[in-house]
Design a protein around this ligand. Structure first.
Ligand SMILES: NC(=O)c1ccc[n+]([C@@H]2O[C@H](COP(=O)([O-])OP(=O)(O)OC[C@H]3O[C@@H](n4cnc5c(N)ncnc54)[C@H](O)[C@@H]3O)[C@@H](O)[C@H]2O)c1
Length: 269
């Protein structure tokens, strides 16, 4: 589907070593962007960067814990050093832990909020001088359907994803004057290692995921590429004029107060 939407642009994508972030890195490279794949696992990021280079794209890997200010600062600096500019920040890295509040330690709260929310503040702070210079630039934050509703067993994650929406709106307001648009994509059930981990925490992952999918009118999980396409929309002029908003991509999950999909839908084929 390549159409050179991002020709000449540089994108910094956190959590680019897996799932939605990996799909976004590959899609952005196909669309002409030079991509920084940001994650704690530098070797894995390098494998993805090599794959992109082999396909004719431009990519680097930068090892970075997005909750650590000095590492985020250095990762952004390395990106600008490699490619000479920065136009797009995708704050996608995130973690979810299944844990009721009365069993969570203070350190659990701090870690999840740091990885899922503080990381977005840090990336915005250190990227802003470069985003201003780019003229028109883009921040895309990854929220969740948990940005809008509660989900059993993940109170800290749900709190963090609600915060992502407020933060995205605030960034949109404060930096419009600098040519920065900031929007939020809110995925539903997406087939990534995080989904599997979440299922395993409740027991039989396959059974739990299959059961959850009956709650969506389309009856299927999103692919990482489905979500990456919406991230792309907010990272280019296809979404001109849109800032401070969110796009829910959830196979209809939040549309229904109650739902039970029986049998097959065409989306399953
Ligand atoms: N999979 C789903 O069903 C789903 C639903 C809604 C929202 N999301 C959100 O989508 C985003 C991507 O998740 P995914 O499903 O692709 O999961 P994933 O586990 O495949 O990917 C998450 C990525 O974030 C990285 N990461 C985690 N902590 C990090 C840290 N401290 N520093 C740097 N990188 C770190 C991981 O290494 C990984 O690359 C997350 O923000 C998640 O909350 C996922």
């Amino acid at each position: 589907m390549s159409s050179d939407r991002l020709q000449g642009k540089v994108a910094w994508i956190s959590g680019g070593t897996s799932g939605i972030g990996e799909a976004a890195a590959e899609l952005f490279a196909e669309e002409g962007a030079a991509v920084a794949i940001v994650g704690r696992r530098g070797e894995l990021g390098q494998e993805i960067a090599d794959r992109i280079a082999k396909a004719g794209g431009r990519a680097i890997a930068t090892a970075c814990d997005v909750a650590k200010a000095d590492q985020v600062r250095d990762s952004i600096a390395k990106t600008v050093e490699a490619f000479g500019r920065l136009d797009i920040v995708v704050n996608n890295a995130g973690m979810a832990v299944v844990q009721p509040l009365d069993e969570a330690e203070e350190a659990d709260w701090d870690r999840i909020m740091d990885v899922n929310v503080k990381s977005m503040y840090l990336a915005t702070k250190y990227a802003m001088p470069h985003l201003r210079k780019a003229g028109r630039s883009y921040i895309v934050n990854v929220g969740s359907i948990s940005s809008f509703v509660g989900q059993a067993g993940t109170p800290i994650y749900t709190t963090s994803k609600h915060a992502v929406l407020g933060l995205s709106r605030s960034i949109a307001l404060d930096f419009a004057v600098d040519g920065v648009r900031c929007n939020c994509v809110c995925p539903g059930i997406t087939d990534t290692p995080m989904l599997r981990g979440h299922g395993e925490a409740f027991g039989d992952a396959d059974a739990i995921i299959a059961n959850r999918l009956k709650r969506t009118p389309m009856g299927v999980a999103l692919s990482p590429l489905d979500v990456a396409k919406s991230i792309l929309f907010f990272s280019c002029e296809d979404s001109a004029g849109v800032t401070g908003t969110s796009l829910t991509i959830d196979c209809g999950y939040l549309t229904a107060a109650e739902w039970f999909t029986e049998g097959k839908t065409p989306f399953m084929e």
